[in-house]
Design a protein around this ligand. Structure first.
Ligand SMILES: [Zn+2]
Length: 451
């Protein structure tokens, strides 16, 4: 059967279905016509021209040329724009659903929206709070607007873990509570870490995040930690904190990573800020800072007031930063699995908007744009297929309808990612006008009051 004929049948079925349930918008077919779709052959980006994407029930059913719309279909004219899969923020943070550390009530929903406004349609939340699972459910069931959430539970660290036995018990508790993965933080002793890893392997749940000092990346790799986030554990492993990392050390780290099949989440932009290698004036001038509550914004701005408040030793910030960038390039050149993360909303990482800064850092390290997009889309697709049985990260039939429509070709310039023409979220279309209106509303809600 030809693809076209198959599609005709598919659309005819959709027509009948929508006639029977005229009110059920979610059952209708949506077509996004006249677009160039960025797809992947291995790690190579491939632009499929003049495509139409058909979506039903939040899932992509067809991507093809020459699709004719049935009368009942909702048609979005892509006007020759470019479709890129929605990004996955692999190290994001998701606020608790209700009143959180004195934040405005609307805070959680606003942060979720900021991700979407920039085409970030999946967030791997890397620190759990109890009512986050409700947030995830609300989003999955369509009762709340936000990116698809894959959530790590509350952190395993020096304060929450007191013995290997209790650590293993806690793994089971997290599985029973419904968390998608376990979050590792600094402070675990080696035997405690091994107990977490063994229990996690036993029940088949991922553990990921930091590498505790007592553990080291070599042990994390052999124990099967799913991702190493932030790269700091790498520099610590070869003790390249206050001196330039050597070519031999880079090779050793890359070989270890590739052999272990571990994925890394670099978070270069955030870490530059944390270690004191950021440009304070440039950070303070980010226009997106007015999209977070005043107390958040002021907390960030006070981070650098004297250039000395960083909790890292900033003395060697420039050397560390250079090491981090060289390490990222070496990992990329060596074929290591890199996934994209910005640690939003941490220091100056406004959800969604932070992708632009991370892209810039990755480009500065020497990664081509194509490779950077790969880390945020297709590499995430591999990760979720392997670990979470989710079809996310590709614009392909059978995948969740999560993508951004861009006016210009993002492979030519990352500027194309700014202000998408629209963002598709599980089949729900957010057009530019509605995104702008919502951003205005958020900005007004967090504007400085008085004088
Ligand atoms: Zn984090």
């Amino acid at each position: 059967m030809s693809t076209l004929r198959f599609i005709f049948i598919l659309l005819a079925t959709a027509l009948l279905t929508s006639a029977a349930h005229a009110k059920h918008i979610s059952n209708a077919t949506t077509l996004v016509e006249n677009v160039n779709v960025i797809s992947w052959e291995g790690r190579q980006a491939n632009v499929l021209t003049e495509q139409t994407i058909a979506i039903r029930n939040g899932v992509i059913v067809t991507v093809a040329a020459d699709l004719t719309a049935p009368a009942s279909a909702r048609v979005i004219d892509g006007k020759g724009g470019y479709v890129l899969a929605g990004f996955t923020e692999m190290h994001g943070h998701v606020p608790a659903a209700v009143s959180f550390a004195g934040m405005p009530k609307r805070y959680a929903d606003d942060m979720l929206y900021l991700y979407l406004a920039n085409g970030v349609t999946t967030v791997r939340g890397m620190l759990g709070y109890t009512n986050q699972l409700q947030l995830k459910e609300d989003i999955a069931s369509g009762h709340r607007l936000g990116p698809t959430l894959v959530l790590a539970g509350p952190s395993f660290n020096g304060n929450t873990v007191e013995s290997p036995k209790q650590a293993a018990q806690r793994v089971l508790e997290h599985v029973n509570e419904g968390w998608d993965l376990l979050k590792i933080h600094p402070g675990l002793a080696l035997d405690e870490y091994r107990a977490v890893a063994a229990a996690a392997r036993e029940v088949g749940i991922d553990f990921a995040g930091h590498v505790p000092v007592d553990v080291g990346i070599d042990v994390a790799m052999t124990e099967g930690q799913r991702t190493i986030d932030h790269l700091d554990g790498y520099l610590r492993y070869v003790d390249a904190i206050d001196r330039a990392i050597t070519a031999e050390e880079l090779k050793q780290l890359v070989d270890m990573t590739v052999t272990s099949n571990m994925a890394v989440v670099p978070t270069q932009a955030l870490w530059a800020t944390l270690i004191g290698a950021g440009d304070a004036a440039a950070l303070a001038a980010y226009p997106e800072l007015d999209l977070v509550p005043q107390q958040v914004r002021e907390g960030w701005l006070n981070y650098y007031p004297s250039q000395g408040s960083s909790y890292f030793n900033t003395e060697h910030a420039a050397i560390q930063q250079d090491n981090r960038q060289r390490l990222l390039k070496a990992l990329y050149d060596g074929g290591a699995t890199i996934v994209f993360g910005t640690d939003a909303p941490q220091l100056f990482s406004v959800p969604g908007f932070s992708i632009h800064h991370e892209i810039r850092y990755m480009q500065d390290a020497g990664m081509p744009l194509e490779a950077i997009y790969y880390t945020a889309t297709a590499a995430a697709a591999d990760y979720f297929a392997a670990s979470h049985n989710l079809n996310i990260g590709l614009v392909k039939p059978g995948y969740q309808a999560d993508f951004m429509l861009l006016r210009d070709n993002p492979l030519a310039s990352a500027e194309a990612l700014r202000e998408p023409v629209g963002v598709m979220v599980r089949g729900q279309w957010l057009d530019r006008a509605s995104i702008n209106a919502k951003l205005r509303e958020i900005r007004a809600a967090y504007a400085v009051s008085g004088d």
